[in-house]
Design a binder for this molecule. Structure first.
Ligand code: SAM
Length: 242
């Protein structure tokens, strides 16, 4: 099912108010929507199932990552815990210079994301089935990315251990969070330094049109991550660093 004409106008206008121009890419968003709706029941990709919810709470919400000002140009990135492709697929549609790996630990979700990449013809997006802790200890992925993006995966104290080992020194983590992020930030303050990160800024924002509050937590990788991190699979989330 394609996005309705009214839905396309909403998506165009909401993106524009984020400073993101998607005019010639609307058909790709529409095809993505079509696949999400067709496969959601079988794979359980999202609880949001009206057109308006998908447009605003998935597509536009993902595009708010551009408000970080750190996703333009040619970059190698990874979306940790992409699920049904958020925020990675919308970012890869908009910036074809962003070479983006879409990582998830759940095979059926990764297979879905792979089908989306094929159908939309996104040569800059690559679905990857694995755990972040495993990739973080592999030479091909450790400290290999300019950007890590992530949404709704883990609290910051464990998220940092999943994400920061993947970043090059000088790269940035852009973590999408809800409005009440200060407590999480406080309990992760001692963790980011252990992993070579430094909290740079928190951008508070509201989703265009629907006004839902969100924040972007931006962490810079300022030093190499010690070899012992990430710990074995499961450990960062079961027993977060403190
Ligand atoms: N980012 C998507 C979104 O916002 O719609 C999906 C969020 S979903 C709540 C969390 C996803 O993170 C799940 O698909 C799960 O399989 C994945 N995940 C959790 N821990 C992970 C890990 N250690 N490595 C890779 N993926 C992980």
């Amino acid at each position: 099912m394609a996005i309705s004409e009214a839905g396309k106008r909403q998506l165009l206008e909401a993106s524009r108010s984020l400073g993101v121009e998607i005019g010639d890419k609307l058909d790709r968003f529409s095809e993505y929507y079509d696949l999400l709706v067709a496969e959601n029941e079988a794979i359980n990709l999202t609880a949001l199932n009206t057109e308006t919810q998908v447009i605003h709470k998935h597509f536009v919400d993902s595009l708010t990552c551009f408000l970080s000002g750190r996703l333009e140009g040619f970059l190698k990135g990874i979306d940790v815990g992409t699920g049904g492709g958020f925020p990675g697929i919308p970012l890869a549609i908009v910036n074809s210079g962003l070479d983006l790996f879409l990582l998830d630990a759940t095979r059926k979700k990764v297979e879905f994301v792979n089908r989306v990449c094929d159908r939309l013809g996104l040569p800059n997006a690559h679905a990857l089935w694995n755990r972040a802790e495993v990739l973080g200890q592999q030479a091909a992925h450790r400290e290999a990315y300019d950007r890590v993006v992530t949404r709704a995966v883990s609290p910051l104290n464990s998220l940092y251990e999943l994400c920061l080992p993947l970043l090059k020194v000088g790269g940035f983590l852009i973590a999408q969070k809800g409005p009440e992020v200060e407590g999480e930030i406080a309990s992760a303050r001692s963790v980011e330094g252990k992993l070579g990160g430094r909290l740079l800024e928190v951008i508070h924002l509201k989703l265009p049109v629907i006004g839902d509050p969100r924040s972007l937590v931006i962490v810079e990788k300022v030093a190499p991550t010690p070899d012992k991190y990430p710990r074995r699979p499961g450990a960062p989330q079961k027993n977060p660093l403190s």
